[in-house]
Write a protein that binds this ligand. Structure first.
Ligand code: ATP
Ligand code: MN
Length: 468
């Protein structure tokens, strides 16, 4: 076969160099046609759109073409021509085809269209080859780029916090233990506890639930940082919004009070959504048509809104009024209760019809490091609540006073001896500062309109599921 430099299908489809010879490579989505002429829809992942390959059966040989079925990988040399058919501007008249890999129709799982998302999760190794997951994972890439650009443009440094941690104090969730101990022969101390002295790190270690504490250390030096990495929570919550392994973005900024923190969160989310609309429209359009007819409208709507800001206490009042007027919730509403997703979504979707930032939560239901308010009851927490998602961001102004912070840690049973290094930031040159955590997959749920968090990460880890 003649060697021609490959053109990506995304570029071929934009090209108007009709009459020139091109090479494309990709995977066959469908093949149809008559005994004389066949049409192959070819996709190479560079765009959701396929290029149509027109094949003269007699010219290329019926026997030779036989293995070119759905899922096969081929390289095509041909002439770019203006398309006769509807729905495309150009197509390629094949002159030579090389078959890289076949996909036996008897065993290739992605035959017919319209597989359920549940079925596709069982073949997560192949699902990127579907239109849906091609779109989702291209958008995922673009969102990661948007996040780095947003912070880079604002002078934040990307700071890498450890994934293996020796402190169990974030309180954000159950942790996965990391060990090289032989679990069939665990040595015990005299007190009968597991002897971690013989473990790899000489102490008990886990996978991190958050990079925040280390992020705060960096903010006290670089001024403004963000983390963007995997985090792990062993909570057994089998919901469409929780993963055991998810990616989190955590900015932390010196000298920011909670108001600036809220503004940063709002600007940040809007920047990401705008980026998606500007750069991923074909993919979003596809998902809009397939799964969620209001997706584009919802994205555009959120961009136009100023997020409503109110305190937890005001939020509870609204929820209590709703209950008094007959609205039923599964979980009880009272001052001091942790809000469930149904409560968050009531505020966002039914009451305000707009994203909401709730602040000043009861200290009992928030972490020890949040700045304590004068009232002695609440802390300067801020959760951003979104339509269809509930909590998308959790953050706060941090307690910068050493004594108040240590006291709160003790009250909440956080072993201060394990976080001496964290407390040192308050000992040496402490400063007011704030930050938050955005769950990357929660953002992707919103931007893609997908309903289940398992469908916006390539290989989801959830209870009883770590295949692939
Ligand atoms: P939730 O109440 O929804 O379980 P959280 O309050 O435990 O969340 P935080 O500790 O505040 O979560 O974490 C910050 C952000 O990380 C959350 O706002 C959310 O976007 C995301 N997040 C938290 N837990 C998970 C999870 N298990 N899977 C995916 N994203 C998560
Ligand atoms: Mn939270």
């Amino acid at each position: 076969m003649e060697t021609i430099t490959r053109t990506k299908i995304v570029d071929v489809l934009k090209s108007e160099s009709f009459g020139t010879k091109v090479n494309v490579k990709g995977w066959v989505r469908t093949r149809r046609g008559s005994k004389q002429v066949n049409f192959i829809a070819l996709n190479d992942g560079s765009t959701i759109n396929n290029v149509q390959i027109v094949v003269d059966i007699e010219k290329l040989g019926e026997e030779y073409l036989k293995p070119i079925t759905t899922g096969a990988c081929i390289s095509v040399n041909g002439i770019l021509v203006e398309s006769q058919g509807q729905g495309q501007t150009c197509e390629i008249q094949a002159e030579e085809i090389e078959i890289y890999g076949t996909a036996d129709p008897a065993t290739y799982p992605l035959q017919k269209k319209g597989h359920s998302l549940e079925f596709l999760r069982e073949i997560a190794h192949l699902r990127p080859r579907t239109n849906t997951f091609g779109a989702v994972f291209r958008i995922r890439h673009h969102m990661a780029m948007a996040i780095h650009r947003f912070f880079h443009e604002r002078g934040f440094s990307y700071f890498h916090t450890p994934i293996i941690t020796g402190s169990d104090c974030e309180g954000a969730g159950q942790m996965f233990q990391v060990t090289t101990l032989d679990l069939n022969d665990v040595k015990k101390t005299e007190e009968g506890a597991v002897d971690f002295a013989g473990d790899f790190f000489g102490k008990q270690t886990s996978l991190t639930v958050s990079g925040q504490l280390e992020g705060e250390l960096a903010a006290m030096a670089l001024g403004a940082i963000y983390t963007f990495g995997p985090t792990f929570r062993a909570e057994n919550s089998n919901t469409p919004r929780h993963l055991a392994e998810f990616w989190m973005i955590e900015p932390e900024v010196a000298f920011y009070e909670i108001e600036e923190n809220m503004q940063l969160a709002e600007d940040f989310i809007k920047y990401c959504i705008q980026w998606a609309l500007d750069n991923c429209m074909e993919d979003i359009q596809f998902l809009n048509n397939m799964f969620d007819k209001e997706l584009i409208e919802r994205l555009q709507f959120v961009l136009k809104q100023n997020f409503v800001r109110l305190t937890y206490t005001e939020g509870i009042k609204i929820l209590e009024e709703a209950v008094a007027n007959g609205r039923k919730f599964e979980f009880p509403v009272y001052w001091g209760a942790d809000l469930a997703s149904e409560h968050e979504r009531y505020l966002v979707e039914e009451h305000f019809k707009c994203p909401v930032i709730l602040t000043d939560y009861p200290k009992e239901i928030k972490s020890f490091y949040m700045k304590q308010n004068e009232d002695g009851k609440t802390v300067r927490a801020m959760d951003v609540l979104f339509p269809k998602i509930g909590e998308i961001i959790g953050g706060s102004q941090r307690e910068e006073d050493l004594e108040k912070l240590s006291r709160r840690a003790q009250e909440m049973g956080v072993p201060t001896k394990d976080i001496w290094w964290y407390l040192d930031t308050r000992r040496f040159g402490t400063a007011p500062h704030s930050g938050f955590g955005l769950g990357f997959e929660r953002l992707l749920l919103f931007v893609t309109g997908m309903a289940n968090i398992r469908d916006v990460i390539p290989f989801p880890r959830t209870p009883n599921n770590a295949e692939f």
